[in-house]
Design a protein around this ligand. Structure first.
Ligand code: M6R
Length: 578
């Protein structure tokens, strides 16, 4: 994973106020450690979040070219030594890397035999030494061509040589974009890195190299042939960094859901109507529709399958990382990726696999111009705006709305008009209750959430929020499956949430089975006397509103426990490694 940013400019820029301020925008990609290198050869690294590191960087430090990195550790512990940038043996070449060099051990052994000394446990360091070695035979361009030839795995790499005001870049699979700004260029893992400075970007394709200085940029393919690149103009809502009036982004984003929902519904009915029509056409023509996603997006996709199957559209879904193993796709399949970031490596890999098998590709994404969007024939935008908290909240809701909207074109009933207001009412009526319950549950480590049919994906997402934000071991499961094993874990006082949409008589029985064993049942239903009452007139709306309760509860338990809500341990918002 990780985020990388590089800047080359005709004028000196402040490292702290410019380079690191831009890197901060990519911290959602990982926050284990941070570091930068300037063209003067100054390198600084530190463990932990950028805010702790930045105070050590002199405010007056300036550079004309610099690269930086925020890390989500894969190979090698979270230590200062393993923080990027990494350098060659002589300390004259620096690299930052996002991705995984799969054959790094083999490359490292070969380079060690040639006398290279390694100082870290990372896979990335091998890039610096490989470039150093290949520079003996030619220039940086040919060294990067060697990297492309010799390295297996994924990479977005920025390299800088001491004394040169120029950045070299190469990429495969991991995302990389070049922002064309006034007086210089900004390279970043995605457009967040420069969306406040320009609306013009060039997106790297796989196995491309770029050489960028303050005057311009050149792109080359893996064989070193110049490539003409298209400049894309993008529109992206900027996120204010502070002063949003909430203690955390998570609660801000929970409260934004009515507005985000309304924005999406309006957009699907108007500016995105053509794309909706195109996608629906593709769905009608396909023999089967397969949704692919990870994490929260998978639970939204699962709801999509429920909605579509009800309307006799043959739909399936599978977690992206197992897609190749468990799903059959061919020319007659339409694969729809569901992804907030549009950069999740598991999803990208699944799409590549599906493409190879001749399937058609479409997507529902939040971040425009993301890799997934660019791989898709048609792509709906979630219109949720930037989501900063690692936990998906408003994007989940908008993903489900997008699914509902598509299903409504096949006859699934949903009242889109009243939905934003229902979300608002649900938050208003239940936040106090969630806060109170959080006090009771803050010491519990095992919680179950049961749902059937349309509520099952919501039970899974409810549990997902409790796990990632409140660090509660939570299991979201099919109500009917409880009695086949898990019920053995229910004892006196075990908290079990029951998602009970109107008319679901079987979940009533499953709930009673828990109660009979002394479980502490917490009912979420449309009944006004339930523990959490939600104004849902149909299943689709119930599925969304019940998750909103889970979001509130996870937030307040995490708050009670004093946890780092927006940046939970070990996680990152955009997971760009397998
Ligand atoms: O960007 P994506 O929607 O593809 O991300 C997928 C998951 O990594 C993501 O949903 C993850 O589970 C979040 N932390 C959920 O809150």
């Amino acid at each position: 994973m990780c985020g990388i940013v590089g800047i080359v400019s005709s004028k000196e820029f402040p490292v702290r106020g410019e380079l690191l301020a831009r890197l901060k925008k990519l911290e959602y990609r990982g926050y284990d450690s941070v570091g930068f290198a300037t063209s003067e050869g100054l390198v600084m690294r530190g463990v932990g979040e950028l805010s702790k590191f930045i105070v050590r960087v002199p405010a007056e430090l300036e550079a004309k070219a610099a690269i930086s990195h925020t890390r989500w550790a894969t190979h090698g512990g979270v230590t200062e030594a393993n923080a990027h940038p990494h350098s060659d043996c002589e300390g004259k070449l620096f690299i930052v890397h996002n991705g995984i060099i799969e054959n790094y051990e083999e490359l490292r052994k070969g380079l060690e035999k040639l006398g290279h000394c390694f100082e870290t446990e990372t896979d990335s360091e091998v890039i610096a030494h490989l470039l150093e070695e290949r520079l003996k035979r030619g220039g940086m361009k040919s060294a990067l061509m060697s990297l492309i030839r010799e390295a297996k795995g994924t990479f977005a790499v920025l390299a800088l040589r001491k004394g040169e005001e120029r950045i070299y870049a190469a990429k495969r699979d991991s995302p990389l974009a070049l922002g064309i700004a006034k007086g210089g260029f900004i390279l970043g893992s995605d457009i967040y890195a420069f969306s406040d400075a320009t609306d013009k970007a060039v997106f790297f394709d796989d196995d491309e190299i770029a050489v960028v200085d303050a005057k311009g940029y050149e792109f080359f393919d893996a064989a070193g042939k110049p490539v003409r690149k298209k400049v894309t103009r993008f529109k992206w809502a900027r996120q204010e960094e502070a002063g949003h009036g909430h203690a955390h982004y998570m609660i801000k984003e929970i409260h934004e859901q009515p507005l985000a929902a309304e924005r999406l519904i309006r957009s699907l009915e108007t500016e995105q109507a053509k794309k909706v029509g195109k996608l629906v056409g593709m769905m009608r023509r396909a023999k089967r529709v397969v949704l692919v996603a990870a994490g929260t997006s998978y639970f939204a996709a699962l709801l999509g399958v429920y909605f579509l199957n009800r309307q006799n559209v043959m739909a399936h879904t599978l977690i992206a990382s197992e897609f190749e193993n468990y799903v059959y796709v061919d020319k007659s399949t339409l694969v729809i990726a569901v992804s907030q970031s549009g950069e999740t490596m598991d999803v990208v890999s699944a799409l590549k696999f599906a493409k190879k098998r001749g399937a058609k590709i479409a997507a529902i994404v939040n971040v425009p111009h993301s890799t997934v969007q660019r791989m898709s024939e048609v792509s709906l935008e979630m219109m949720a705006g930037q989501e900063v908290c690692v936990a998906a909240t408003k994007t989940f809701t908008n993903q489900v709305i997008a699914m509902l909207f598509l299903a409504s074109k096949f006859g699934f009933h949903a009242n889109f008009e009243s939905l934003p207001l229902q979300i608002e009412k649900t938050i208003a009526a239940n936040e106090g209750k969630a806060k109170a319950l959080a006090k009771e549950l803050k010491g519990r480590n095992d919680v179950y959430i049961i749902g059937r049919g349309i509520s099952y994906p919501s039970a899974r997402e409810f549990a997902h929020k409790l796990k990632e934000i409140a660090y509660v071991h939570a299991e979201g499961m099919m109500g009917g499956e409880l009695k086949h094993g898990t019920l053995a874990l229910v004892e006196k006082g075990t908290p079990v949430f029951s998602l009970m949409p109107a008319g679901d008589v079987d979940i009533v029985s499953n709930t009673k089975e828990v109660e009979a064993r002394g479980g502490r049942v917490i009912r979420i239903s449309t009944a006004t006397d339930s523990d959490f009452s939600i104004p849902a007139e149909n299943g689709g709306v119930f599925a969304i509103l019940s998750v909103v309760i889970g979001q509130l509860l996870a937030y307040h338990i995490a708050k009670e426990r004093g946890l780092p809500i927006d940046k939970p341990r070990n996680l990152a918002k955009s997971v760009t490694v397998k």
